[in-house]
Design a protein around this ligand. Structure first.
Ligand code: ITT
Length: 339
């Protein structure tokens, strides 16, 4: 998916490209007009910019509204950071206003509000902050804007490399949060296809107990397994790696008599499918873990009153058959998958 970057600030543009690229986003620039920033908060202004760019280009648009808030100046320049003082004299003006102010009263923070607006009107927003103080003089040639007068632990942002700044900056933090939210949003939009296992987290019965469902794949019981065992190169934005498709193929290749062709698998909670199956010596066995999520389905056995129950994880495939309400279960196939 292509996103347009809605900024006229060259320093920001470089940072946007640097931060968006690892997310797998194709970020493009276009000639866009500069809307009037009518909001009174960073969040409102970020929306104003992103919405205008999205309307003009027809593409999802990402904007940031950011600024420096100086404690000694009651939070100024804040949302007015780009319009504060004479162009070219902004840093100097702040240094002058803080002349003679001791270090303990020179606290300041940067804020970045990121907003992405989609052509259907949806928006994804995130905010990041970073805290430091105003230096006694301007130092460092890197970065842009107020970087050379904002310091953390004696080093100004103007003295940091690009990577160092991204790791601690307001924009770096905002984009990290934005990435999570965007992934979740795109996951819902595309019916869950970006999850590595190919399932929609929202439909997953493990959602309540699985710590990873909310964050699309991370820690998800199935997704983690899929990432390790299926294609081995899954990334959330690369879409489904095909564990589900692979298992459908494997079930069909088993050639179980009277079993209809498998065309789909669903996420099933272990406790739902974990029946006690009788073994030849009279003992019974449970094969699945009650708290995990598996892929499976139930199909009618052709020419019979019984059903086939399919279940699989990254390691094992099982086809069982049983009567009404799971009566008289029997294992038909239980085998370790070859990978
Ligand atoms: P766009 O609106 O076109 O994105 P802008 O420069 O007008 O560009 P803002 O309204 O968000 O952007 O103003 C933010 C100002 O705050 C910006 O011009 C810088 O002077 C300053 N600023 C924001 N982020 C900064 C950063 O990472 N380092 C230094 N200064 C920053």
């Amino acid at each position: 998916m292509k996103f347009v970057i809605a900024t006229h600030n060259k320093g920001k543009l470089v940072e946007f490209q640097r931060l968006l690229e690892p997310m797998g986003i194709e970020a493009v620039t276009m000639e866009i007009s500069e809307p009037e920033e009518t909001g009174t908060t960073f969040r409102e202004n970020a929306y104003v910019k992103a919405e205008a760019a999205c309307r003009e280009t027809g593409l999802p648009a990402v904007a940031d509204d950011s600024g420096l808030c100086v404690d000694y100046l009651d939070g100024a320049p804040g949302v007015y950071s780009a319009r504060f003082a004479q162009p070219g004299k902004r840093r100097l003006t702040i240094l002058e206003k803080l002349q003679g102010v001791p270090v303990e009263q020179r606290g300041a923070h940067f804020v970045s509000a990121v907003c992405c607006v989609f052509p259907n009107g949806d928006r994804v927003e995130a905010e990041g902050k970073c805290f430091g103080s105003i230096a006694f003089e301007s130092r460092g040639e890197n970065g842009f804007g107020y970087d050379s007068i904002f310091e953390q632990e004696g080093v100004t942002f103007g003295e940091l490399t690009a990577e160092e700044k991204d790791a601690r900056s307001h924009r770096g933090h905002a984009f990290a949060a934005f990435e999570q939210k965007l992934r979740a949003y795109l996951g819902q939009e595309q019916g869950g296809e970006p999850t590595p296992c190919g399932l929609d987290c929202a439909q997953c019965p493990g959602r309540e107990t699985c710590p990873g469902c909310e964050t699309l794949g991370k820690g998800c019981m199935l997704a983690q397994c899929a990432q390790k065992s299926a294609c081995g190169q899954c990334r959330p934005f690369a879409g489904a790696c095909g564990l589900k498709a692979q298992l459908i193929q494997e079930f069909n290749a088993l050639g179980v008599p009277d079993m209809p062709k498998v065309t789909d698998l669903n996420a099933l909670l272990g406790s739902y499918i974990n029946q006690e199956y009788p073994l030849p010596g009279g003992r019974t066995v449970k094969l699945w873990d009650d708290s995990r999520v598996y892929l499976g389905n139930q199909l009618e056995k052709q020419g019979s009153e019984r059903c086939y129950g399919l279940a699989a994880d990254e390691n094992y495939l099982m086809v069982a058959e049983y009567g009404e309400n799971g009566a008289d279960p029997e294992i038909v196939v239980y085998k370790r998958r070859r990978r």
